[in-house]
Design a protein around this ligand. Sequence first.
Ligand code: FES
Length: 106
Amino acid sequence: PKVTYVLADGSRRSLGLSVGASLMEGATGNAVPGVLGDCGGSCACATCHVYIEDARAAALPPPSEMENELLNGVAAERRPTSRLGCQVRVTAELDGLVVVLPERQT
Ligand code: FES
């Protein structure tokens, strides 16, 4: 599935990701700046914060209690569209998803 990351400077990176990859892995594995993923995806660092401004976001599995708590501590503004990138996995249905990166992760 194709996923487009919109960087904080407005530039875009479109990638073909594997089904099952997390949005954090898709960014860090392809040198997309603006996502850190310090804890390696174990929902413990909140440096993989992304905004999913897509109607399909509503159909995603909702954040766990742990993710929701970590989202309260993200470095950039928390918005209703905020998710932790390591907790959202790419599916075929998400082809064409646009993910907006926050201006900072720490
Ligand atoms: Fe650490 Fe997502 S990579 S919380």
